[in-house]
Design a binder for this molecule. Structure first.
Ligand SMILES: [Zn+2]
Ligand SMILES: [Zn+2]
Length: 162
């Protein structure tokens, strides 16, 4: 296990095994904060907001994480290509299991490596991505784009002859 010092720019969503209390001793480590969505998914998501709060405790070398996530993510309408916000709230839990070098993988669980760092970032990212609509529509009856001039037909339409 590495004992390198915690760097000042270590993000809020990481914790080291040594910081996480064992279930038998009671208590839990809390991580919370805002994730810059542009960091999660790239600049096209700038303006998105992701807040999370997580409680972590150990069961031996396994780490149980309970997480509450609130997000407002800007995504693109599949019909008119307008960017619009989708909001959601998630409450999830997962067991993070130690993965030994060359050891078995456990696809049903999250894992952490030999260095003892639990990184919630990929997990939270995946939870949000999976919860987003597969075919996002800015509104139920979105009219899409004009096939000729590619203008959105939602705001009064275009002047193309029909
Ligand atoms: Zn639309
Ligand atoms: Zn048109």
């Amino acid at each position: 296990m590495s004992d390198r010092p915690i760097e000042s720019d270590v993000p809020l969503y990481r914790a080291h095994l040594d910081q996480i209390p064992d279930e038998r001793k009671g208590g839990e480590l809390t991580l919370s904060g805002e994730i810059l969505a542009s960091k999660l998914w790239g600049e096209e998501f700038s303006g998105s907001e992701v807040f999370f709060s997580a409680g972590l405790f150990r069961q031996g070398t396994d780490v149980l994480v309970r997480s509450e996530i609130r997000y407002k993510v800007n995504i693109e309408c599949v019909r008119c290509l307008a960017i619009f916000p989708v909001s959601g709230e998630l409450t999830e839990r997962s067991l993070f299991i130690h993965r030994k070098k060359g050891g078995p993988t456990y696809p049903e669980n999250e894992q952490y490596e030999n260095d003892g760092w639990i990184d919630l970032f990929p997990w939270i990212r995946e939870l949000i991505l999976v919860s987003l609509p597969e075919y996002p529509l800015c509104r139920e009856d979105c009219l899409g784009l004009c096939e000729v001039c590619r203008k959105s037909l939602n705001d009064g339409g275009c002047i193309c002859p029909s």
